[in-house]
Design a protein around this ligand. Sequence first.
Ligand SMILES: Cc1cc2nc3c(=O)[nH]c(=O)nc-3n(C[C@H](O)[C@H](O)[C@H](O)COP(=O)(O)OP(=O)(O)OC[C@H]3O[C@@H](n4cnc5c(N)ncnc54)[C@H](O)[C@@H]3O)c2cc1C
Length: 284
Amino acid sequence: MKPAAFIRHVPRTLDEAVKILADVAPMDGRVLAGGQSLVPIMAFRLAKPAHLVDINEVEGLDKFVSDGKFLSIGACVRHAAFHKSVVDNPLGKLLTYVARHIAHYPIRVRGTFCGSLAHADPASEWCLVAATLDATMVAKSTRGERLIPAKEFFQGIMATALAEDELLAQVRLPLLATDAKFGFNEFNRRAGDFALASALVTYRLQGGKIADARIGIGGAESSPRRMTEAEAALNGQVPGDKIFRAAAEAAASAIEPLEDHQTNAEYRRDLVRAVVRRALEHSA
Ligand SMILES: Cc1cc2nc3c(=O)[nH]c(=O)nc-3n(C[C@H](O)[C@H](O)[C@H](O)COP(=O)(O)OP(=O)(O)OC[C@H]3O[C@@H](n4cnc5c(N)ncnc54)[C@H](O)[C@@H]3O)c2cc1C
């Protein structure tokens, strides 16, 4: 099928973009970034926006900025930008490792980091990164700028705290400690498919024991989130198989698994147990 008719607006500045979005949002106007989720949905006529605010020509949105505390990622930064490390910090390596698990190369060349967050697919790797690292979303509208913590941003399957006239202009990820370790694992049936479950872990070692543990789970619940129960099982412990299994068990017990035509709750719980353990093994 072909998309229903729409009007495409091509602003050149962020102010112009939010002004147009404010005008067209009440008429089902939407932001168009990489188009890798929106365009297929439009082609199937599951969405019929009358207006698209194409942000690809907006000056400055394809930039990274690192101020020593945060890495800020602009709205038009593509997944493929992370194929090589973008910041001299363990976060750079983490993003490079995760990026290669997103879809396929042609999709990574067009799709954007911020578009993934705005789309909020529960299985999105970037949503998992944002939730695990407690990212801050910078939303812009004609009313000004609003900072939204990841915990409040993700509100369920493809639902976020963004108002219809707000543009996700930037996402700020905190840099990791220079000695931080990370591990990532996801399970999908075919390479490039959305993950049925994924896990991201980061921590430091203090005197040989785990400190500042973060464990995030994606794909298994309606939104990715940190698993504090599993983090508690790691902090203060010497890394090793027994402790990794204990954390994996804690995560598997704590989740409220999604069920769909591919998976029942028990299977997904099992997957969570596996991806957490594997992510921890990867970190070590
Ligand atoms: C075959 C296939 C496989 C895929 N596999 C994966 C995968 O494994 N993992 C994964 O994470 N993704 C996957 N994707 C999705 C892909 O990563 C998309 O790029 C991403 O979900 C959306 O980013 P985009 O820039 O293309 O957004 P678009 O498609 O342009 O927009 C998506 C939605 O977000 C809104 N939006 C976009 N940018 C903004 C913004 N800055 N402010 C406010 N709203 C905005 C749009 O209005 C729209 O509603 C896959 C896609 C395809 C087609």
